[in-house]
Ligand binder design. Structure first.
Ligand code: SF4
Ligand code: SF4
Length: 58
């Protein structure tokens, strides 16, 4: 599982990167839902480095 931290600027770049559409527009920041299965395509496009593995923050 990957999660989006509060560094997210809601730029929207990650939205189209996820092959299974696990990223949703949230308020105020974007969120990754529990269908995320670690493809990691979204991680490299994020300009804020806001997408991190859940393991890194727990
Ligand atoms: S890690 Fe993969 S499955 Fe999860 S939100 Fe990013 S692109 Fe989608
Ligand atoms: S690419 Fe990064 S900053 Fe942009 S919406 Fe996604 S998580 Fe937020």
């Amino acid at each position: 599982m990957f999660v989006i931290t509060d560094k997210c600027s809601a730029c929207g770049l990650c939205l189209d990167e996820c092959p299974i559409s696990a990223i949703e527009v949230g308020e105020p920041i974007y969120v990754i839902n529990d269908t995320c299965c670690d493809f990691e395509e979204c991680v490299s496009v994020c300009p804020e480095d806001a997408i991190v593995s859940e393991d890194e923050i727990t």
